[in-house]
Each structure stands twice: as C-alpha cells, then as structure tokens.
Design a protein around this ligand. Structure first.
Ligand SMILES: Cc1cc2nc3c(=O)[nH]c(=O)nc-3n(C[C@H](O)[C@H](O)[C@H](O)COP(=O)(O)OP(=O)(O)OC[C@H]3O[C@@H](n4cnc5c(N)ncnc54)[C@H](O)[C@@H]3O)c2cc1C
Length: 527
C-alpha cells in the first residue's frame, strides 16, 4: 500500500504525555500522523480547569532533575522555563511533632545526602544509623538485576532493621513520592530503582522542579501548537472504540464520539485553538493506518486492543488503579512561605503553593495531595473539610488564624496504577507479531514508576517500534531520532530542537459537564 492510499501512516490514540511524545517523534520524522484524544484537550492526566477566575490543576505535579526525557519534552514544547527548578535539592519535611529542612551537600553522590540523613531528627540517632545501612542495602539490591519480586518495600525494610516509626517517618516519604503508596504496599524493586536514579546517582538528580504555570499551559496548549506545526491531525473530542488488524494489512481504528457540552471549551482572545467541535462534525468512522500507537491508560487499552492481544489485555486488566485526592484551599492571608513541602505521618503528603500559577492576587492558595486515597474518595466535601482542614492547620499553624475563603477537592480515581508487589509483570510490554502496533503510557513497562517521565519515555519507545516496523526509509530517520532519547544515562537526552514559531493563545478548559459538582471535580477519564 502506498502512503497516498492510506488515511494516515500512524494513528496515535490518547493525547496524554505518552501519546503526544509519540506523535511528535513520528511526525517529526515525516510520517503522517493522526492523534485521537477523547477529551477536548491534550495533556491527559495533567490538565487544568477554570474556577471563579482561577486556573486550577487537576492535581499537583512535580518532577526531579533525573527526569530527563520529561524535561526534554518541556524544552521541545518551549515550556521548560515555566517551571521552577531547584539549584540544589532542598525539601521541607513536616513531621507529626517537628519540622525540618532536608538539603543535599556539594559532596558527590551518595555522600551528598549523608548530612541530611544524619540530621533527620524525626528519628533517633540509632534509627538514622540503621536507616543509612538499609539505604546502602537498597541501593545494592537495585543493582542485583531483579526487576520484580513479591516483596513489599515495607517487608524488606522490616527485615533490614527498620521499625514502624522509621518506615512511617522516613521511608514512606520516599515511597509515596516515587510510587504514590506507602512503603508497606510498594513494590520494592521499583522504589529501589527510582531511589537509585534520584538519590544515589548524581548529586543533582533529586533537585525538584515544579510548574510555575497551570498544567494546561505547561503541556496541553504548547503541545497543540507543536503538533500543529508538525502537521499532526489533531482529532480532539474523538474517542477510539476499537482497533482491528485489517485484512488488507495495517489496522482499522473505529471511532466513537465524546461530545463536549456547550461552554466546556473556552479560548482566550476569542479564537478557538483546540477546535473540538470541528473534529466532531463529519470525518470517517474508521481510520485505516499502517501503524497504531495505543497511548491510553491500561483500563482503556483493554477494550481497544485488537483481538490478537486478548491474552495481554487479560493481564493489563489485573492492574489496579490508585486514586489521588487533591484538596484546594484558598486562605485569606499567607499561611506559609514554603513553595512546597512534604508531610510524613499524615494523610496529606505533599502541599504546594499554587497562588501564582493559579492567578490568585490576594491571600494564598495551597493544593494538598492525598495519594492512595481510597478511604476518602467518596466522602462529601464537607466531611473532607472537617477531617483534613485541621490537618493543614496542624502542618501550617498560621492557617488556624486566617479564614478559608474557598475549599474544594478534585478526585482522580485512576490517577496511577497501584504499584504493589506482583504488578510489574502485568504492565504492558510491546506486542510481538503485530508490526506497526505499539503500546505507550506511563503504565507500560518502562522500568520507571507511573510518572510523567515514564509516560514520555514510553511515547519515544512506541515511536521507535512503530517506525522501525513500517517498511519505509522513514524508519531509519525516526529510529536515529529517538534512539538516544530512550537510552538510560549517560548524558542528557537529545531531542530534536523545538520548532520556533507562534505562541499559542491561552486555553482554559473546564472539566466535562456532569463531572463538576459544587466543590468537587472528578476526573474519571472518558471511558
Ligand atoms: C493527581 C495526580 C498527580 C500526579 N502527580 C505526579 C507527579 O507529581 N509527578 C509525576 O511524574 N507524575 C504524576 N502523576 C502521574 C502522571 O500524571 C501520569 O503518569 C502521566 O501523566 C500519564 O500520562 P499518559 O500519557 O501515560 O496517560 P494519560 O495522561 O492518562 O493520557 C491518556 C489519554 O488517553 C485518552 N483516552 C483514553 N481512552 C481513549 C480513547 N478510547 N480514545 C481516545 N483517547 C482516549 C485520555 O483522555 C487521556 O488524555 C500524577 C497523576 C495524577 C492524576
């Protein structure tokens, strides 16, 4: 089949960080790409909505300097400068009775954190000494070549002399940050790998970056610009219903429709940027393509996958989601000078000052996240406020002396996969025997936890597979373009330079009608 007979060389299904990374790679190398995204915006699990004049993120997102593929994507989108990146790792840790600042030194890794551990006064000196020994053993275990086992980090730590208090006040900080679950439940090998990258290799690896603008401006809007410039056909508000191996070769992608309600899309300056409505009118019900990248979450990939992948899909189906509840509090006056902080021994794990990114001019807006929030997920907002606002007052005593001007929550019921022992073999691997078909998504087997970095890496890997398997001279072009990006250290990943050009007009999106209730926003995904 010639290219002109195809409707598209490649269809990418899903416009999260994985899908847009894959689409950019493939289009950048000259392939004709159509990207289908069920929602009316790009960015997937990283999105924003408007509320009372502010731009609110669905959940707070941070990254570390070791997340190089993600930072390269930001550079390519022209939005790396819209993040605040630490010069040197420093983290306020709010404990049950004490607070401290953890800093790295200028010593080479892993010695750069020995002072921080020695001064971690939430634990006794004896507990700190035992923690140092366990950290060395964990680092060694990550080099032992075992990528998955049935041991939770908690059990492993207990066997390495870590008592309950050490696990709660130190190790949960690492585990929740890396995987979004406490050490008692976390997959040991995955935490060990993440800790090795962030803490034990390179003294700057754990430096923290946070967005200084809403996520929609950091990812979704600039991605739409980039993909438009690369000639990608963006089909927003268009849901794929199934992928089938076509008898004539290639794949047929069957479309469904996800219709945004009136007023769901708002564009600054009056000019529509993400023209979902245009995508909703007309267009084929089936798109034929030589290649397909399935870049949707695991639970959405199961019904989409071609029949040939049924055994794989049965495994993906066993992956469980882990929810994140985000508390959004607008205080009448400033309650903390910290830009962000981590809490231990509390259901609230991370708190971020979102005042400026959201566009608040008086008072302070704190976003606090409660990962692995099964317990709280269906509580009404009033009950969540009664239980968790006092917790924020405990963490930030000045909050008790000021008024709460607004309090609302966002619930991501399927924020990430639950990365428990035994979950790693269930993650998606690239399908063999189906040339031109690839999986992408932070849930796939990238060796990284379900994170933005994992999503971007998975997109590059998917593009590499699809391009490599399409019989075209373009394959070698795209292969050389992305091969370096998916390689592990050494050296920063080299993505093609970001095209210069028009800046995108600001886009403000609202969650789909029916999902927004007074004070609560659910992001269950389009399925
Ligand atoms: C509240 C929260 C906080 C987080 N915090 C962090 C953090 O601090 N740091 C970090 O690194 N990571 C964090 N993560 C995880 C990170 O956001 C995800 O790992 C990453 O964004 C996933 O990207 P993805 O492209 O794999 O999937 P997604 O972003 O889920 O994208 C998949 C896309 O596919 C679309 N889709 C689904 N079905 C269909 C269909 N049938 N047809 C067309 N489109 C479809 C969806 O609408 C979606 O846009 C957080 C996640 C959440 C929810």
């Amino acid at each position: 089949m010639t290219r002109s007979q195809r409707q598209s060389d490649v269809v990418v299904i899903g416009g999260g960080l994985a899908g847009l990374s894959a689409a950019a790679d493939l289009a950048g190398a000259g392939l004709t790409v159509t990207l289908l995204e069920a929602r009316p915006w790009l960015g997937g699990a990283t999105c924003s909505f408007a509320r009372r004049g502010l731009t609110i993120d669905n959940g707070q997102h941070a990254f570390m300097r070791c997340c190089r593929a993600y930072q390269d994507l930001l550079r390519r989108l022209g939005s790396l400068d819209s993040c605040a990146m630490q010069d040197r790792f420093e983290l306020a840790v709010l404990g049950p009775r004490d607070q401290l600042i953890v800093r790295r030194s200028a010593l080479p890794a892993p010695l750069h954190l020995t002072g921080a551990l020695a001064g971690y006064r939430l634990l006794s000196p004896a507990q700190r000494a035992r923690a140092a020994a366990a950290a060395a053993a964990l680092r060694f275990s990550s080099h032992a070549g075992r990528r998955a086992d049935d041991v939770s980090l908690g059990d492993w730590l207990a066997a390495h002399g870590q008592d309950d208090m050490s696990r709660r006040l130190l190790w949960d900080l690492l585990s929740v940050t890396a995987l979004g679950i406490t050490s008692d439940h976390a997959d040991r090998a995955l935490v060990a790998g993440a800790a090795t990258r962030a803490l034990f290799t390179g003294r700057a690896s754990a430096d923290i970056g946070v967005p200084a603008v809403p996520l929609s401006k950091l990812h979704g809007a600039p991605a739409a610009t980039l993909l438009n410039q690369l000639g990608v056909r963006l089909r927003l508000g268009t849901k794929a219903a199934g992928v089938r191996v076509a008898a004539r070769g290639g794949y047929d992608v069957r479309l469904d429709r996800y219709a945004p309600a009136a007023g769901e899309l708002e564009t600054a300056g009056g000019a529509p940027v993400l023209d979902a409505r245009a995508a909703l009118t007309g267009g084929p019900e089936i798109i034929h393509a030589a290649g397909v990248v399935l870049a949707v979450p695991a639970w959405a990939a199961v019904p989409l996958a071609p029949a040939e992948l049924a055994p794989d899909a049965e495994r993906w189906q066993q992956l469980k989601p882990s929810p994140v509840l985000s508390l959004h509090v607008i205080y009448a006056s400033q309650v903390t000078e910290l830009p962000f902080a981590a809490a231990v021994g509390s259901p609230v794990r991370w708190v971020m000052d979102k005042t400026r990114p959201a566009g608040l001019h008086t008072g302070q807006y704190l976003a606090a996240s409660v990962p692995a929030a099964e317990k709280y997920l269906d509580w009404p907002v009033s009950r969540l406020g009664a239980e968790l606002l006092p917790e924020l007052e405990r963490l930030f005593p000045a909050a008790a002396d000021t008024d709460v001007e607004d309090f609302f929550v966002t619930r991501e019921r399927r924020a990430v996969i639950r990365q428990v022992p035994g979950s790693q073999p269930l993650r998606g691997s690239q399908p063999a025997g189906l040339p031109g078909l690839a999986l992408a998504g932070a849930w796939t087997d990238t060796g990284w936890p379900d994170t933005m970095e994992g999503a971007v890496r998975s997109g590059h890997l998917a593009a590499l597979k699809v391009a490599g398997e399409l019989s075209s001279e373009l394959a070698s072009e795209v292969a050389s373009e992305v091969a370096s990006e998916v390689a592990e250290p050494p050296g920063p990943l080299a993505l093609p330079p970001a095209p210069t050009g028009t800046a995108l007009r600001g886009v403000v999106v609202r969650p789909p009608a029916g999902l927004a209730r007074a004070g609560a926003h659910d992001f269950p995904g389009p399925e």
